[in-house]
Design a protein around this ligand. Structure first.
Ligand SMILES: Nc1ncnc2c1ncn2[C@@H]1O[C@H](COP(=O)(O)OP(=O)(O)OP(=O)(O)O)[C@@H](O)[C@H]1O
Ligand SMILES: [Mg+2]
Length: 241
């Protein structure tokens, strides 16, 4: 399955945990690519948690990625598997007597990849979230074969979570292409020392550069977020001149 999607360009965005800023960073990356003149599409393969807005059930991650994309997309194209319950995806699927079909998901990814030059894929929760009885989100990342970007939520415990996630990414044969530090709350204590340790260890163990340090923002919209990303590092990641 991996070989089928090796033509895709872009990245797979995972995180040290749920709620660390994967959607905000993915939207920032989409905005950055659009500003660089690239046609970029967001993709949220599995989205759990929908709310009703104007009589329509929507998933906020799907809408955010759709809106930040530089090609016109429908919600169903960005988020082919959406479930109502905000819980672990295989449980949300079971509550609706559905399954997350791996082959159908890859077909959807392939179709989405054909709509743009670059695909920014937001993973589900952390790196190893079960998607069914015999596969998980790490398998999905392998199927897509994209370089992985790790969003590190800057909070106590993030060093361990970041290094464990990075090891898991490498153990699956994927390339950790870089990481983004993101603050969703008040600045953690000793933030600069923690950032220095992340830089040192992720470079030493995985040759993974820092792609940006994002402070807590009053409005974490894609334009503002993209201004905290490192242009040089992103040009290298996406192989842009
Ligand atoms: N830099 C930031 N400054 C302020 N708020 C932020 C920042 N980054 C993220 N947030 C907020 O933190 C919350 C979680 O962010 P986000 O939805 O991007 O996380 P996530 O990792 O995608 O979560 P999930 O696992 O549910 O998909 C959101 O309310 C978002 O607006
Ligand atoms: Mg999200």
């Amino acid at each position: 399955m991996k070989a089928a999607l090796t033509a895709l360009r872009g990245c797979f965005v995972t995180g040290t945990d749920t709620e660390v800023g994967k959607t905000c960073v993915s939207a920032g990356l989409l905005h950055w690519l659009g500003r660089a003149g690239c046609r970029a599409a967001g993709f949220k393969p599995v989205a759990a948690g929908r709310v009703v807005v104007d009589g329509r059930r929507i998933n906020e991650d799907v809408v955010a990625l759709r809106d930040a994309s530089s090609v016109r997309l429908s919600d169903a194209e960005v988020g082919p598997f959406q479930f109502d319950a905000a819980c672990a995806p295989h449980i949300a699927a079971a509550l609706e007597a559905r399954v997350i079909d791996r082959a159908a998901l890859l077909d959807a990814a392939r179709a989405q990849g054909a709509r743009a030059e670059f695909l920014v894929v937001e993973g589900v929760g952390g790196f190893c979230v079960p998607l069914g009885p015999d596969w998980d989100s790490a398998d999905l990342a392998c199927d897509l074969g994209l370089p992985v970007v790790l969003v590190v939520g800057l909070r106590l415990g993030c060093l361990n979570h970041a290094l464990l996630s990075a090891d898991a990414i490498s153990a699956r044969g994927l390339r950790l292409a870089g990481w983004v530090a993101n603050s969703t709350g008040p600045a953690m204590q000793h933030v600069n020392e923690n950032l220095a340790t992340l830089r040192h260890e992720l470079e030493r163990r995985h040759q993974a550069p820092c792609l940006g340090v994002v402070p807590r923002l009053a409005t974490p919209d894609p334009t503002v977020l993209a201004s905290h990303l490192d242009d040089t590092a992103l040009r290298a990641l996406f192989e842009l001149r």
